[in-house]
Design a protein around this ligand. Structure first.
Ligand SMILES: O=C(O)CCC(=O)C(=O)O
Length: 267
């Protein structure tokens, strides 16, 4: 699919799938890196909570998950992959600023359905604020399925408009059922997907099949008020930065510049 088609799909649906984005060898490497973080994260959860419900872990660029304190290059490079950053910039019209990482895994306890939501609702207490944030800012998920992942559901085009009465009831008033027009977007292992974080979407959390999906969130537009504060520890250390190629370093330096004041204020 060429860039014009991707941009069209993004504009109309708010998501695009990139089939066979990552080959087997890179998948094995990235999965090994993410699984290290997942094991450390799980070991830190109180035993009575380890079986869930747990949808994902976050902040995989933090050294705290790695026994040698060195965040794996596979993770740092994936987040700053130039081809992906260029694609996001081309389809959204803004430079992607790092926000967060998440790792989704299969359930160990019971199956459950995640709530329908727009990510924008987590920083907006009311409809007026949320509508303003949606109009002024853009959040983008970029994910790669390291195993087959049929579990994301989305309402195509919903990022472009405000809720119907049914959608509002479901996502903000704990109403039952699925929004009209919702679709599943199944990914095969190695497929990647971009989706607009303000789309109405939901994850289904199941014991089987095994799920391993690494997800990065970027902001391409928006103010500090419209971004959750990413912890300072998600920024590579000076020593780690020195080992990274120049363009990867430049990506994380912009992230640090953007958040520096907020990190100091929250210290
Ligand atoms: O993939 C999933 O399970 C849902 C993802 C999601 O809801 C999110 O990251 O906001």
């Amino acid at each position: 699919m060429d860039l014009r088609q991707l941009a069209y799909r993004w504009r109309t649906r708010g998501y695009v799938v990139l089939p066979r984005f990552m080959g087997w060898r890179d998948r094995v490497r990235l999965r090994a890196a993410c699984d290290r973080a997942e094991r450390a994260w799980r070991a830190g959860i109180p035993p009575d909570k380890r079986l869930g419900p747990l949808s994902n872990m976050a902040y995989l660029t933090s050294p705290r998950w790695y026994d040698d304190g060195r965040v794996p290059g596979e993770i740092l490079h994936f987040v700053a992959d130039r081809s992906v950053l260029d694609l996001i910039a081309a389809i959204t019209g803004g430079a992607p600023l790092f926000h967060n990482t998440q790792y989704f895994m299969e359930q160990r306890g019971a199956d459950w359905d995640g709530e329908w939501h727009r990510d924008s609702q987590f920083l907006a207490p009311d409809a007026v604020t949320e509508q303003r944030h949606i109009a002024e800012s853009t959040g983008v998920h970029f994910r790669v399925a390291l195993e087959d992942d049929p579990w994301l559901r989305i309402v195509p085009g919903s990022y472009r408009r405000w809720d119907t009465a049914q959608e509002w009831t479901i996502r903000r008033e704990k109403g039952n059922g699925d929004p009209d027009g919702a679709v599943s977007v199944p990914l095969k292992a190695g497929d990647a997907m971009l989706f607009h974080a303000w789309s109405i979407h939901q994850g289904l959390y199941r014991r089987e099949p095994e799920r391993r999906t690494f997800d990065v969130i970027y902001m391409t537009h928006g103010t500090a008020e419209q971004r959750a504060l990413t912890p300072r520890r998600c920024m590579p250390s000076e020593v780690r930065m020195a080992s990274l190629p120049r363009d990867v370093r430049a990506f994380y330096e912009r992230f640090a510049r953007t958040y520096r004041r907020a990190w100091s204020a929250s210290a």
